[in-house]
Design a protein around this ligand. Structure first.
Ligand SMILES: O=C(O)CCC(=O)C(=O)O
Ligand SMILES: [Fe+2]
Length: 263
């Protein structure tokens, strides 16, 4: 674990080497407790009545596009996060549309954060090969909003697995018993190559567990393809939420009307 922990004293070369060879690093104490509290409070308030049911918890896909999250959209521009992204993505990158908040979501299957299912076809280039002098360079940023030093509810990872080609879902056979759990403190931020094999918590905690994620990619063909698939996936998920709301409103309306008729 120590090997992957960095702080403001870690130099650019060490950071680049960690991502290149291990696939990740964890920056200690990057966000303040007050910043984390803001992320937490807005999420808890919103998820009381909104969001998409997902793996036993609630997901908020593309929270940055939702008015209720305007007060925390500073997170996408946070200068301390961008200090690291600028080094890893060499000043030429963008938020490639993916952003998500998860409340109490269980995510116990090993996977890589690459396009899957019907969205896989958007990613045409081989992610493990160079194309026209360009290379895959997509970094996922994870912010857990609670302390995980004494629990097993943060990310489980396989260092170096970003170098192993594969599909989104990774079987236990491929994992071969490898992997270990990270134990971030409040305010730590994880940066990882989105091809790294990882999984979330195996079961829910008794306390609320909030995870904020955003994905940034170097401006190139790999990021363009990834982003087009992500936009399609996020739109699909957001439509599910809208349809659910419509059904809910229609039911309320029907119920109200039938009650009125009875009067
Ligand atoms: O729930 C988690 O901790 C992991 C979620 C995950 O796989 C991800 O954000 O990429
Ligand atoms: Fe993931």
């Amino acid at each position: 674990m120590k090997k992957f922990q960095v702080d403001e004293k870690t130099n650019d070369k060490e950071l680049k080497t960690l991502i290149k060879t291990e696939g990740l690093f964890l920056v200690q104490g990057l966000l303040t407790k007050d910043e984390i509290d803001q992320l937490k409070n807005v999420t808890l308030k919103y998820c009381k009545t909104n969001g998409l049911k997902d793996h036993g918890g609630i997901a908020v896909p593309d929270f940055l596009s939702i008015n209720a999250f305007n007060s925390i959209n500073w997170i996408k521009d946070h200068s301390k996060i961008h200090k690291y992204l600028k080094i890893l993505l060499e000043d030429d990158y963008r938020l490639c549309s993916h952003n998500d908040i998860a409340l109490n979501r269980v995510n116990y299957e090993w996977h890589k954060d690459i396009l899957e299912k019907r969205w896989e076809s958007y990613q045409k280039a081989d992610l493990w090969k160079e194309l026209d002098g360009q290379k895959y360079n997509i970094i996922k940023v994870l912010i857990y909003c609670q302390d995980h030093t004494k629990d097993d509810h943060a990310l489980k990872i396989i260092p170096k697995s970003h170098l192993e080609s594969g599909k989104h879902s990774i079987s236990e056979q491929e994992v071969k018993g490898r992997g270990f759990r990270l134990h971030p403190k409040v305010g730590d931020v994880l940066f990882f190559d989105s091809r790294m094999t990882h999984k979330g918590q195996d079961s829910q905690d008794s306390k609320d567990r909030i995870l904020v994620t955003m994905t940034f990619g170097k401006n190139n063909i790999f990021t363009n393809e990834y982003e087009s698939g992500i936009i399609a996936r996020q739109t699909n998920h957001k439509n599910k939420i809208l349809n659910k709301r419509k059904i809910f409103r229609r039911r309320r309306l029907d119920f109200g009307e039938s009650r009125n008729k009875r009067r």
